[in-house]
Design a protein around this ligand. Sequence first.
Ligand SMILES: Nc1ncnc2c1ncn2[C@@H]1O[C@H](COP(=O)(O)OP(=O)(O)O)[C@@H](O)[C@H]1O
Ligand SMILES: O=C(O)C1=C[C@@H](OP(=O)(O)O)[C@@H](O)[C@H](O)C1
Ligand SMILES: [Mg+2]
Length: 197
Amino acid sequence: MKQPSLIFLTGFSGSGKSTIGPLLANSLGFDFVDLDQEIEHAAGKSINRIFAEDGEAHFRELEATTLQQMTGKKELVVSLGGGVLQNDRSFSLIISTGTLVYLHSSPLVLAKRLSHKTDRPLMKGHHGERLSREEIEQKILALLEQREPRYKTAQITVETDNKRIGSTVEELTRKIERYIRRCEKQKIERNAKKRQK
Ligand SMILES: Nc1ncnc2c1ncn2[C@@H]1O[C@H](COP(=O)(O)OP(=O)(O)O)[C@@H](O)[C@H]1O
Ligand SMILES: O=C(O)C1=C[C@@H](OP(=O)(O)O)[C@@H](O)[C@H](O)C1
Ligand SMILES: [Mg+2]
């Protein structure tokens, strides 16, 4: 069953899901889980090592299995990894059990935020070498073309470019609280109609 207060944060790598997730959970008074951290904990190794030793397809399976543990939960913020929605099983699990929230960022800003990070295997070269900011931007553009259609199915979207993290958290809190209230009202109205029949 769908729980509007089960919040899944999506968006490209570097959009701020892992940074904003715990702050948002605190602001809403909800629990928090970072899907990548859960996977690393369960596997006993880093995402970099999972990609290098077991491959991306195995990582996508781990994402889908770990997500399953979150279905049915309420008042929880889950920071997803940027590629999880590409797996059909994960995508349908997410949209059928919670609220999808999209942190939108431009490729230029994402490349800037990611150019100094070493823990994003997909933002490296074929042999694990570091890429220039321009090369990272090209990779981002190619991946975004595939991923954006599913990011855009989110019920709530916020822009993260040129915005302080605190402002994004405030905007998200307002929008999510309003969305949950609306869902609750609709549920009450549906139940009242059922009773009248
Ligand atoms: N306005 C902003 N919104 C979100 N992240 C920002 C912003 N400005 C800088 N950052 C930085 O960008 C990075 C985002 O990384 P992270 O939170 O790990 O994103 P994700 O989990 O989506 O990959 C962090 O280092 C964060 O501090
Ligand atoms: O874009 C992706 O496919 C990935 C994004 C990462 O998470 P973030 O979006 O938190 O960086 C992590 O799940 C893994 O490196 C794969
Ligand atoms: Mg993250």
